[in-house]
Design a protein around this ligand. Structure first.
Ligand code: SAM
Length: 411
C-alpha cells in the first residue's frame, strides 16, 4: 500500500523533457571543464550563529559574503570540494535564482512553474556535479517552505515545482513525504517569503549537519554545527590539550578533531553508556574517553589548554554524582583543570550566571531547540584581561569583523 502510493506520487518528465535519460541511470552530461568557476551559494545556520558561519565561509573558502539574514548566509565562492567540509553551517545550497511576483494567491503556483522554466536549472545540476555525481535516474525531491499567509500549502508548492523541474531536467520527481523513498541525488529547495520564491539546489547529498560519524545518540547530544562553532571559539591549536569533562556522546571532541586534527582530546563522563556511545561515534577520531565525576576530576590543575562543555543543566540531562544540585562545583572544577592562559567554552541557558562577570569574556546568544541559550567564553581566572584566545587563531580576524557587523545586534 505504502509503495503503491509512493509510485503514484512520482512525476515522470513530459515528452518535451528527456525521458530516456531519466531511465538510464548513466551520466550523460559532458565532463565539466577544469577551469575555476565561482557560484553563489546560500548557507543555512542555527539562529545566532550566522555571523560565525560567515567567518568560517570567508576564511576557508576565500568567499565574498554579501548577505546575512535570519538563519541564512549568501556568498560567492569557488566551486570547490572545501564547500562540503564547512562545519558550522546546517545546510548548503547553490542559489539558482529568485522568482518575483509571488503573493498569497494560488496564481503564484503557476508563476512559480513559469519562473522555474526561466532559471538555469540544468546548469545548476552540472555545477553540483563538479563536486559529486548525480544519477539522473535517482530522481529528485523538492523541499518547499514559506513565510506568511498563502492560499496554498507546502505540498502544493512541492508538486508544482516538481512537475516543472522534471520537465526541465528530465529527472523523475519523488515526493519526500512518500513512505519508503530512497535517497535522491538532487534536492531542490523552494522558499517563499515576501513576494519572492528563492530556488536552491542542495550541494551535498544530505544536509551538512548530519554527520556520518554519529552512529549513537542520547538525550542532550549536541547539534554538531554548534559543537563545531564552540570549537572555533575555543582557541584550540595543533598539539593543545582539549578537555570535555561531561562529554556525553563525544560530539564536542569529535568536532574539535575535525577542526584541528592534531589536538589531544580527552573526554570524561560519569555515565558508562555515554562513554560507550562516544567511543563508537569517535572510532576514527582518536580521542581518549575516561569515566570520571565532574565534581572530582582526575586531572592536575591547569592541564587543559581549552575546555569545551555542554553541562547537564537539567533540561534534557540531569546532573549526577558530586555536582548534583551544585553546578557551581562543576564550573569550578572544569576551570581548575584549565591552564591559566586558556579559555573554557560553556553552553548555558539564557540568564544563567555561571561565572563572575570579570571571567566572562564573551557571551554569544544562539537559539537551540526553541530556546535562547548562550555560548560563553570564560577565562581561567577572573584577573585575566586578555581577549578571547580564538581571536588570535585562524578565524580570529573574520570572527571579530563578522561579530561587529552582524553578531552584536542579536537579541
Ligand atoms: C548535555 S549532556 C552532554 C552531551 C554531549 N555534549 C553530547 O553531544 O552528547 C551532559 C552529560 O553530562 C553527564 N554528567 C552528568 N553528571 C555528571 C557528572 N557528575 N560528571 C560527569 N558527567 C556528568 C551526563 O552523563 C551527560 O552525558
Amino acid at each position: 500500500m505504502a509503495a503503491a502510493s509512493a509510485i503514484s506520487r512520482v512525476f515522470m518528465p513530459t515528452p518535451q523533457g528527456r525521458p530516456a535519460r531519466a531511465h538510464s541511470g548513466a551520466r550523460h552530461r559532458r565532463t565539466p571543464p577544469l577551469t575555476p568557476q565561482t557560484a553563489t551559494f546560500l548557507a543555512r545556520s542555527v539562529r545566532g550563529l550566522e555571523w560565525l558561519c560567515a567567518a568560517e565561509i570567508e576564511s576557508d573558502l576565500n568567499a565574498s559574503v554579501f548577505e546575512i539574514g535570519h538563519r541564512e548566509i549568501v556568498f560567492r565562492a569557488p566551486v570547490d570540494p572545501r564547500l562540503l567540509k564547512l562545519g558550522s553551517i546546517d545546510d548548503l545550497f547553490l542559489l539558482c535564482g529568485r522568482i518575483d511576483e509571488i503573493d498569497r494567491g494560488r496564481l503564484s503556483l503557476a508563476r512559480l512553474a513559469a519562473g522555474l522554466r526561466k532559471l538555469p536549472l540544468t546548469r545548476s545540476l552540472a555545477t553540483v556535479e563538479r563536486l559529486r555525481p548525480i544519477r539522473i535516474s535517482s530522481g529528485f525531491e523538492v523541499i518547499g517552505s514559506f513565510l506568511g499567509r498563502r492560499n496554498f500549502n507546502r505540498t502544493e508548492i512541492e508538486f508544482c515545482a516538481g512537475a516543472a523541474i522534471s520537465e526541465i531536467t528530465g529527472m523523475p520527481f519523488h515526493d519526500h513525504d512518500a513512505v519508503a523513498s530512497p535517497e535522491r541525488d538532487a534536492s531542490w529547495r523552494i522558499h517563499m517569503r515576501d513576494s519572492q520564491a528563492v530556488v536552491g539546489l542542495r550541494i551535498a547529498l544530505r544536509p551538512l549537519h548530519r554527520r556520518d560519524y554519529r552512529v549513537s545518540s542520547a538525550p542532550g547530544a549536541l547539534h554538531p554545527p554548534v559543537a563545531y562553532a564552540m570549537n572555533m571559539l575555543s582557541g584550540a591549536y595543533p598539539g593543545c590539550h582539549i578537555l570535555d569533562p561531561c562529554c556525553g556522546t563525544g560530539t564536542l571532541l569529535i568536532e574539535a578533531k575535525r577542526l584541528v586534527p592534531d589536538v589531544i582530546a580527552i573526554g570524561s563522563d560519569i555515565d558508562r553508556d555515554a562513554l560507550l556511545a562516544a567511543a563508537s561515534n569517535g572510532s576514527n577520531a582518536h580521542c581518549r574517553w575516561i569515566q570520571a565525576d565532574l565534581g572530582r576530576l582526575p586531572y592536575r590543575d591547569g592541564f587543559a589548554d581549552c575546555v569545551v562543555a555542554n553541562l547537564p543543566w537539567g533540561r534534557k540531562v540531569h546532573a549526577k554524582g558530586a555536582i548534583q544540585g551544585n553546578m557551581s562545583l562543576a564550573v569550578d572544577e572544569a576551570l581548575r583543570a584549565l591552564a591559566p592562559s586558556g579559555n573554557a567554552i560553556f553552553l548555558a541557558s539564557r540568564g544563567e550566571k555561571i561565572v563572575r562577570d570579570r571571567a566572562l569574556l564573551w557571551s554569544i546568544p544562539i537559539r537551540l531547540a526553541g530556546h535562547w541559550a548562550n555560548i560563553q567564553i570564560v577565562s581561567a581566572g577572573d584577573k585575566n584581561s586578555k581577549p578571547p584566545a580564538c581571536l588570535q587563531r585562524r578565524y580570529g580576524r573574520s570572527l571579530q569583523r563578522m561579530w561587529t557587523k552582524y553578531g552584536s545586534s542579536l537579541p
